[in-house]
Design a protein around this ligand. Structure first.
Ligand code: SF4
Length: 353
């Protein structure tokens, strides 16, 4: 796997983004932000699900004014998402840990200047959040909603901030399809050192968003690109974190928890493998130690997989084997296999800790 491409380290609250910091996963609430109780409840759900930071929409002044009360009740770093009205950013900057602006719709550059000044005074980073669907007119006219247009907008705005002496910047280049998104990030990466926030925007329901994000963000992560990410899902908040963390793990950027190898089943199967794997996944989800485990439906491939796995099960007719590092440690009736497997996984995790 390629090395992660070095970027400048910035801080969103106490969470580092870029440099050697772990790639963070974030999400966004969907409550009316001025409904403080509902917003805090959603932020706490995201925190519990493992989010590293959270973003809230600030479409009205009442939302900006609610940020103080929200901030007092949460411990995740808070990002204000601002479109159109720079005054909202000025108010939000008093309470949050980062401002995200869409430079394409903030309007006159003097307004962006005011936002930069407010962030400079409070040491807040700014995310330049370029969206293919809302480029500044000049870039849209010249390039259309293409990767080139997104990169031109990002570079223009980076320079604008740099000329004001501001460099606590992170950048996102989001389109609603994988190809433009990946092209834009790949195009911009060699041209500056700012951390990238990755995402395929408006990616759809959980199934489609997972596929699009896995392809797009997976390709970028394998290239060594990406410092923080959001999976955009039309669905529940926790799913965004779950999918984001799984992409980080399966792209090899995070070594944590079980890598479960299980067979797709076929006509040779002689056990209820689907239920067994679901139970294994549930009962081992708390384990953080990285390990490979295999859960296979018959002996055809089970022994081979078990040789490479830390802990393994091979189901057979009415019974099966539990193996550790390729050695058989138990031959048990089918209904006792998962219990013993989980015991061995926990023992392995304790030994490796
Ligand atoms: S391990 Fe056995 S049951 Fe599973 S797919 Fe292979 S042959 Fe079929």
């Amino acid at each position: 796997m390629k090395e992660r491409i070095p970027t400048k380290k910035i801080y969103v609250g106490d969470v580092a983004v870029g440099g050697d910091a772990p790639i963070s996963v974030q999400s966004m609430t969907y409550s009316d932000t001025h409904n403080v109780e509902a917003t805090v409840e959603q932020i706490n759900r995201l925190h519990f699900a493992g989010a590293d930071m959270v973003r809230v929409a600030v479409p009205k002044m009442e939302d900006a004014l609610a940020l103080k009360a929200i901030k007092e009740q949460i411990s995740l770093p808070l990002i204000a998402d601002i479109h159109f009205n720079y005054k909202l950013a000025l108010e939000a900057s008093k309470w949050v840990d980062c401002i995200r602006i869409n430079p394409g719709n903030i309007g006159e550059k003097s307004r962006v200047k005011d936002i930069v000044k407010a962030c400079q005074e409070r040491n807040l980073p700014i995310r330049i959040g370029v969206n293919a669907g809302s480029l500044e007119k000049e870039f849209d006219d010249k390039y259309g909603a293409t990767a080139k247009g997104m990169v031109a907008s990002a570079e223009y705005n980076i320079k604008f901030l740099e000329d004001l002496g501001f460099s606590d910047i992170k950048v996102s280049l989001k389109a609603s399809d994988v190809e433009r998104t990946v092209d834009a990030y790949r195009m911009l990466r060699p041209r500056n050192h700012y951390p990238f926030h990755l995402g395929v925007t408006e990616a759809g329901t959980i199934f489609h968003a997972t596929v699009k994000s896995s392809i797009g963000l997976g390709a970028l992560l394998l290239d060594g690109i990406g410092d923080t990410m959001r999976i955009s899902i039309t669905g529940e908040l926790e799913e965004e974190i779950r999918v984001g963390k799984a992409i980080l793990k399966d792209s090899g950027r995070v070594k944590e928890g079980l890598n479960i190898i299980s067979c797709p089943t076929c006509g040779r199967i002689e056990a209820d493998l689907v239920s067994a794997v679901a139970e294994v996944e549930k009962r081992t989800s708390h384990i953080k130690t990285p390990m490979d485990v295999s859960v296979m439906g018959c002996v055809v491939n089970a022994i081979g997989e078990a040789k490479h796995a830390d802990v393994a099960i091979a189901f057979g007719k009415g019974s099966g084997l539990v193996m550790v590092k390729g050695d058989v440690v138990a031959k048990l009736p089918e209904n006792q296999l998962v219990d013993r497997f989980v015991q061995e996984v926990e023992a392995f995790a304790t030994k490796e800790a």
